[in-house]
Structure formats: structure tokens, C-alpha cells
Design a protein around this ligand. Structure first.
Ligand code: GRF
Length: 203
């Protein structure tokens, strides 16, 4: 049986991309990372794609006159490569509603907070300022509203008195990798069902 073809969109260091590559490299895993797209020419994550022999494409958003045209260029690239499913992994561009609609229930994002708390940027700072005792990360299907959409999985982290935004980020990162690997497994093995705003998953 042919493998589910996954594309990963990145803008930066790509540690979540690396985790996804590791997961997909398990023997007989039913999905492959078939394409990486970056909007940053110097994204550190490109090295992970190169090392794994995964094709990557650089699309400069600044070369397009508007968001829609950039997104449609990405969409065309995804279709050309026969991509079935897209993972956002530190992709620092808001996606147009047309793109999100074309990839409905086939597009996931990882966000460094326990959504719906702290959508947007600076999540660790905001968690500390707000005084929450638990922080974490969320993997969700992408909808038009930024950092919203049916939640697939979350990982939690206890906030310590001595935590800083940097220590929170550092302690959360391995949990992000765990959550994204788990998500890739659920999707590759088709062990999920989206029911309205809820996602059912099973062993
Ligand atoms: C992660 O914290 C992720 O949750 C957020 O952007 C960061 C990307 O990190 N969306 P990396 O590039 O995967 O290392």
C-alpha cells in the first residue's frame, strides 16, 4: 500500500520537523515526509530535510504581491508533489482562508500553549504573567481563525516558581516533539475522527 504523503512547512530551526522525520523513519511506518516548504531561505530546518534526503522548496513570500498568491503557489507545489496532508511546524505565516479551506481536516499546527489559552506569540511570557500553574502545547486542525480548531492532542507542563520564558520554552520543546510524533502516528494510522470541534482518537 502506498504511504500517506506528508508536507511540513517551516520558517525556522525545524526541531519539530526533525521529530516528524524521526517518527516517519520507523520501519513500515505508513506515512512519509515527502516535501518540506520554507518561506525563509536560511531556515535551520532545511538541514534536517537535506540530511534525510527529503526534497525541499523555498518560496519567498516577499516575491508575491499578496497572501493569496503566495498561498496558491504553495498549494500548487503541494498538488504537484501529490501531498495528502500538511503539518505546520514553526511556519510564521498566517494562511489565507482559501488555503485553509482547500486543506480542511488535512492541515495541522502545533502551538506552544494550552489552547484556547494564549493564542498568538509570546506564549511563555504570557503564561508567566498570567500566573497559570500549568502550561503546555496543543496540536490542532487548522481553521480560518489563527491558533484555533479541533484539538488533536495536548501535553502539559507544571509551571515552577523559578521558571522564566526561556526555561518554560526549553522544557516544553521535548513535549512538543512527543505531541507531534503522536499526531503523525494517529494520522498515518487513520486513528482519528473529527466531530465538529472535537477529535476522537483511539488506540
Ligand atoms: C515551536 O515552539 C512551535 O510550537 C511553534 O514554533 C516553534 C517551532 O520550533 N509553532 P521548531 O522550528 O520546530 O524547532
Amino acid at each position: 500500500m502506498s504511504k500517506l504523503k506528508i508536507a511540513v512547512l517551516i520558517s525556522g530551526r525545524g526541531s519539530n520537523l526533525k521529530a516528524l522525520i524521526e517518527q516517519a523513519s520507523e520501519p513500515n511506518f505508513p506515512a512519509e515526509i515527502a516535501l518540506v516548504i520554507t518561506n525563509k531561505k536560511d531556515a535551520g530546518g532545511i538541514a534536517h530535510a537535506e540530511k534525510a534526503g527529503i526534497p525541499y522548496v523555498f518560496l519567498d513570500h516577499k516575491a508575491f504581491t499578496n497572501r493569496h498568491d503566495f498561498d496558491m503557489a504553495m498549494h500548487a507545489e503541494l498538488l504537484t508533489r501529490g501531498i495528502d496532508f500538511v503539518f505546520l511546524a514553526g511556519f510564521m505565516r498566517v494562511l489565507s482562508k482559501e488555503f485553509v479551506a482547500k486543506w480542511h481536516d488535512k492541515l495541522v499546527n502545533i502551538h506552544p500553549s494550552l489552547l484556547p489559552a494564549f493564542p498568538g506569540v509570546d506564549t511563555h511570557e504570557r503564561a508567566l504573567v498570567t500566573g497559570v500553574k500549568f502550561h503546555g502545547c496543543t496540536v490542532h486542525f487548522v481553521r480560518e481563525e489563527v491558533d484555533a480548531g479541533p484539538i488533536i492532542t495536548q501535553e502539559i507542563l507544571k509551571v515552577e516558581d523559578k521558571d522564566t520564558p526561556e526555561t518554560l520554552a526549553a522544557r516544553l520543546l521535548p513535549l512538543e516533539h512527543k505531541a507531534y510524533k503522536h499526531t503523525l502516528r494517529l494520522i498515518a494510522e487513520k486513528r482519528y475522527l473529527v466531530k465538529g470541534n472535537r477529535v476522537e482518537t483511539w488506540d
